[in-house]
Design a protein around this ligand. Structure first.
Ligand code: FMN
Length: 287
């Protein structure tokens, strides 16, 4: 069934936008009578556009692309995710990698914004959206993070012995120097949003929500051939201080973003024999 339709005045560019809770009902610019066309189908294209299919006097008319207001999604026909899409999605999961070797090429303008939009569509406990994204651009701040990593990495090495220590010393565990984008992702533990729903009993769910946002961003980035590297060998409190952020913000992820120098279908830590990836069955229990 079609959602409620309203007539929307045509914009000078021939497009129209869907107001909240409704779907556009397009007044054909070239219809002499000014009769609105009947909407036969509406699908969502990407994030910001609707594809509207019309009939005029039962005859299919050309499809029209219009900008969608985000709130219009609620009444749209959901996309028809077909087998081809599922195969692509599976390829995206398989080809997502943690990247530590970046080309210095900058990301296209607006891509970061698209990635942050994707991240912000993540689920969050009580709809608290506790993620706080901090773009780290200043050279002194980046240098402080790099120094933090070097200290913590030396301390981490001291915890390994024998072959593990030899192997650990050879691993490249960050791409801080080359990555064109540094994005620190924090959890605001004191957010009032969500009114404590779910997080009153399990406060850690605020941080889990931030991880969900990071995963969205990671996959969205990969879909644009952009690599993400998660750096956690850091003193998180020092990062927060160095970036001059509120005490209630906990560092969840320090991310490097950029175009990868190499593409791999297997994790680097597996290739270098640090650890093996397990089949899901190894972690499935029945009770
Ligand atoms: C929470 C988290 C923290 C991570 N921290 C680091 C890190 O400090 N350095 C690093 O090289 N990789 C880090 N990684 C990446 C993992 O090593 C990587 O995900 C794993 O080896 C599997 O490889 P893949 O992501 O390419 O599938 C982290 C990943 C996660 C999810």
């Amino acid at each position: 069934m079609l959602p409620k339709c309203v007539k929307v005045p045509r914009q000078p560019d021939g497009n129209t936008a869907t107001p909240r809770g409704t779907i556009a009902y397009y007044c054909a610019p070239w219809s002499a009578s000014g009769d609105p066309w009947a909407l036969s189908k509406c699908s969502h294209i990407g994030e910001d556009s609707l594809k509207l299919h019309f009939n005029i006097h039962q005859v299919p008319a050309p499809t029209i692309l219009v900008p969608a207001m985000p709130s219009a999604n609620a009444t749209l026909t959901p996309p028809d995710f077909d087998e081809a899409f599922r195969l692509q999605l599976n390829a995206l999961f398989r080809w997502r990698r943690d990247v530590r070797r970046f080309r210095r090429k900058a990301l296209p303008e607006n891509l970061l914004e698209a990635l942050l939009k994707a991240a912000s569509l993540a689920p969050s406990v009580g709809l608290s959206q506790p993620w706080r994204f901090v773009l780290v651009e200043g050279a002194p701040r980046r240098a402080a993070v790099r120094k933090n990593f070097e200290q913590e990495n030396r301390a981490a090495l001291d915890n390994y012995h024998g072959n593990d220590a030899k192997l650990y010393a050879k691993l490249k565990l960050e791409g801080l120097s080359e990555a064109p984008v540094h994005l620190a992702v924090f959890c605001d533990a004191e957010t009032g949003r969500g009114k404590g729903l779910g997080s009153r009993t399990m406060p850690e769910t605020l941080r889990y929500s931030v991880v969900a946002a990071v995963q969205n961003l990671w996959l969205a980035a990969r879909s644009h051939a952009v690599g993400v590297g998660w750096v956690s060998i850091l003193d998180p409190e020092a990062v927060r201080r160095d970036l001059d952020l509120p005490e209630a913000w906990d560092l969840v992820a320090y991310l490097c973003l950029g175009y990868p120098q190499e593409e791999h279908i297997d994790p680097e830590l597996e290739r270098l024999q640090w650890e093996k990836r397990e089949d899901y069955r190894a972690n499935l229990l029945l009770r």
